[in-house]
Design a protein around this ligand. Structure first.
Ligand code: HEM
Ligand code: HEM
Length: 174
């Protein structure tokens, strides 16, 4: 469950990066609105999944790290995972603020409309836009570290950290 969620969210986040950039740079047209529609709907989906994932982790614990792993590595792993969880919440929230401050309705997949979390406000809108963009760059940097660390475990340290995340693995700890 936790592993499937991890990979589902990884795919969604990468898709959101692409959709976000495409939607922002697309000339004003029905296509641009569609790109934003999918970006926002999938972004809210990530928010829901992130909350679910955090609840899961709080109730089921986390996978054990390899024995003998240096303390600094444990702390770095723990801190970077917490930051990733933080970003998985902060990205959609800042997006939601942009949307509400710009006075757009937030229709999720056309199924339901979420309430505005702030009142319309141009200054707040541009602040939230800068935050959304800055968080994106931080996210990219952290992901590079995250993927680098996973590959280091697999290639340099030759332990089971990356393998334990693959669907076929039986080491289903969470
Ligand atoms: C947007 C993409 C991604 C996000 C947001 C993300 C987020 C996370 C988070 C929050 C954890 C910690 C799980 C926990 O202990 O609670 C985790 C674990 C892990 N991730 Fe990712 N991840 C992403 C992509 C990837 C990719 C592309 C790889 C592989 C190259 C990867 C490999 C791993 C591995 C091996 C672990 C397990 C670490 C452990 O056993 O403690 N992740 N990921
Ligand atoms: C994990 C979730 C999300 C990720 C990774 C993400 C990522 C991005 C990226 C990469 C961009 C393009 C760069 C930029 O201009 O900021 C962007 C733009 C944007 N996103 Fe998101 N986004 C997420 C969720 C959301 C949600 C839930 C909403 C709205 C409800 C939203 C609304 C917007 C808007 C309005 C823009 C255009 C900002 C502008 O014009 O400057 N995003 N997003």
């Amino acid at each position: 469950m936790a592993k499937n969620l991890h990979w589902l969210m990884a795919v969604l986040v990468l898709l959101l990066f692409v959709l976000g950039w495409m939607a922002t740079s697309w000339p004003l047209s029905p296509t641009k609105l569609k790109l934003f529609f999918w970006h926002k709907s999938l972004g809210i989906t990530v928010l829901g999944l992130a909350l679910l994932r955090i609840l899961w982790r709080l109730t089921h614990g986390r996978p054990t790290l390899p024995l003998g792993m240096p303390l600094w590595e444990r702390y770095t792993a723990e801190a970077s995972h917490l930051l990733l969880y933080g970003l998985l919440l902060a990205m959609p929230f800042s997006g939601w603020v942009i949307n509400a401050a710009a006075n757009f309705p937030l229709k999720v997949f056309g199924l339901f409309t979420l309430p505005a979390i702030v009142a319309p406000d141009k200054a707040l809108q541009s602040l939230a836009q800068s935050i959304h963009l800055t968080l994106f760059w931080i996210f990219l940097g952290l992901l590079a570290l995250h993927i680098g660390a996973a590959l280091r475990h697999h290639i340099v340290l030759k332990d089971s950290v990356l393998l334990s995340m693959l669907p076929a693995s039986r080491k289903d700890k969470t």
